[in-house]
Design a protein around this ligand. Structure first.
Ligand SMILES: Cc1cc2nc3c(=O)[nH]c(=O)nc-3n(C[C@H](O)[C@H](O)[C@H](O)COP(=O)(O)OP(=O)(O)OC[C@H]3O[C@@H](n4cnc5c(N)ncnc54)[C@H](O)[C@@H]3O)c2cc1C
Length: 403
């Protein structure tokens, strides 16, 4: 038997205090910070739980920058999320004065002998189709013209380049920090360094247990990033894999050419090089000694987020430089001035899953989005909040569980 003593506290029969909310969000990274903010903006009473204190370096949302693009080479179904996210990033910037997004241009480059077996082999073609469908302005350039405008890139004459001016980069840590601050200001209770151990749906509510207590709400959003497999049955997301990614910042060789690496002359890029993986990168955001961030993607070796190597070895940064940087950016030296390890959590086809749990209808699962979710996270958080509160939201039918 349960006795209600006020709107927010109940005693269970074994006398444990149970706090009640409209919504609980487990995981306050990219997706969860956006969801918590959007819920509180709509007047909901929200509890946010995180096992660490975001923004932190243990999950998928750190490392200074994330590419944003409206034309997504991963598929046309992602465009509405990117468009809406950009509106939301700009709204938050106006509300807070924070600098979240820079639209300095996006280039999708396909070398003649592109291999890129790790990603979508048709990335360039799908990007063009997505740009057409979205009605954004873009150019198709040959290597020579692209090099003339963006001299740091050693693109071959015969390579094909898609370029638009709406792409650019986001600052993930500032996005998370700002949305959590707004959520807190609007009344969310954020319990950091408190890990959710389990959840259960009974008696018209969902309850979440942590080591510190038990909480109850009308709805639950699970956005636990690479730790998602701890909370949901593996059968729900066949092929789910957490993979370790490395990113490195390489020093600019000649300070007289530093301008070539700054945002006005160096768009964010995805490059289908003649190698096993694609490469991608960002302009220099500091000085020449702070380096230029370049990375690739690997999907082969799975890791456990609680038990993995979190530093990049000199051998790894050297291999990245030799295969993906040296030839393509001759102005960058092999000196890796900074590095980071981050996690992709992917399902086959690099799909997103944003859906109600098939067995627990008060619970919404927001997947970590297969290594390309950050740019969409503001809109995903909004849609998850709207779904939780029974409001209309963007069409998410492409992102249902497929078991
Ligand atoms: C190297 C790298 C480069 C990327 N580049 C891009 C890019 O250029 N553009 C792009 O759009 N996307 C990119 N992505 C993907 C994007 O960053 C992710 O899709 C996104 O950050 C995932 O966010 P998330 O909220 O799911 O995970 P996270 O931000 O990791 O958040 C999960 C949170 O859940 C918490 N948590 C976990 N378990 C529990 C628990 N039991 N109880 C309480 N809290 C818990 C964690 O502490 C964490 O804070 C990249 C990812 C990586 C790793």
């Amino acid at each position: 038997m349960r006795y209600r003593i006020c709107t927010s506290l109940v005693f269970t029969k074994d006398s444990h205090l149970k706090r009640e909310y409209d919504a609980i969000v487990i995981g306050l990274g990219a997706m969860g910070s956006a969801a918590a903010y959007q819920l509180t903006k709509r007047g909901a009473k929200v509890l946010g739980l995180d096992r660490y204190a975001p923004p932190h370096r243990f999950g998928s949302t750190h490392g200074e920058t994330r590419i944003t693009r409206i034309a997504c080479g991963e598929g046309l179904e992602y465009t509405p999320l990117a468009v809406r996210s950009n509106e939301l990033w700009r709204q938050i910037e106006r509300e807070t004065g924070a600098s979240l997004i820079t639209q300095n241009g996006f280039a999708s480059i396909a070398g003649k002998k592109r291999a890129a077996k790790a990603g979508n082999a048709e990335f360039l073609e799908v990007t063009i189709a997505a740009a057409k469908a979205a009605g954004i302005e873009y150019e198709i350039l040959d290597g020579k013209n692209f090099r003339r405008r963006f001299p740091a890139f050693n693109v071959k004459d015969g390579d094909a380049v898609y370029f638009d001016r709406v792409g650019g980069f986001l600052r993930p840590e500032i996005c998370v920090e700002t949305q959590l601050r707004l959520a807190r200001e609007k009344g969310a209770e954020l319990r950091l360094n408190e890990r959710a151990l389990s959840f259960e749906e009974t008696g018209g509510a969902v309850s979440v247990k942590t080591a510190a207590g038990e909480y109850s709400a009308q709805t639950l959003i699970i956005s636990a990033g690479p730790w998602l497999p701890e909370l949901i049955d593996a059968k729900l997301m066949p092929g789910l894999k957490v993979t370790r990614q490395i990113v490195c910042w390489f020093r600019v060789k000649d300070t007289a050419r530093f301008e070539d690496f700054q945002p006005a002359r160096f768009p964010v890029f995805v490059w289908q090089v003649p190698a096993a993986q694609i490469s991608y990168g960002f302009p220099a955001l500091g000085g020449p000694a702070d380096g230029v961030k370049i990375s690739t993607e690997q999907y082969d070796v799975a890791v456990d987020p609680e038990n993995m190597e979190r530093t990049v070895s000199p051998t790894e940064s050297r291999a990245l430089y030799e295969e993906y940087v040296e030839h393509y950016f001759p102005g960058l030296s092999a000196e890796c001035v900074r590095s980071d390890v981050c996690l992709y959590t992917s399902v086959p086809g690099s799909r997103f899953v944003i859906d109600r749990h098939p067995a627990h209808r008060r619970t919404i699962v927001v997947s970590p989005c297969s290594g390309h979710g950050f740019k969409h996270s503001a809109a995903i958080g909004e849609a998850a909040a709207q779904m939780a509160l029974g409001e209309p939201h963007l069409d998410l039918s492409e992102f249902r569980f497929r078991t």
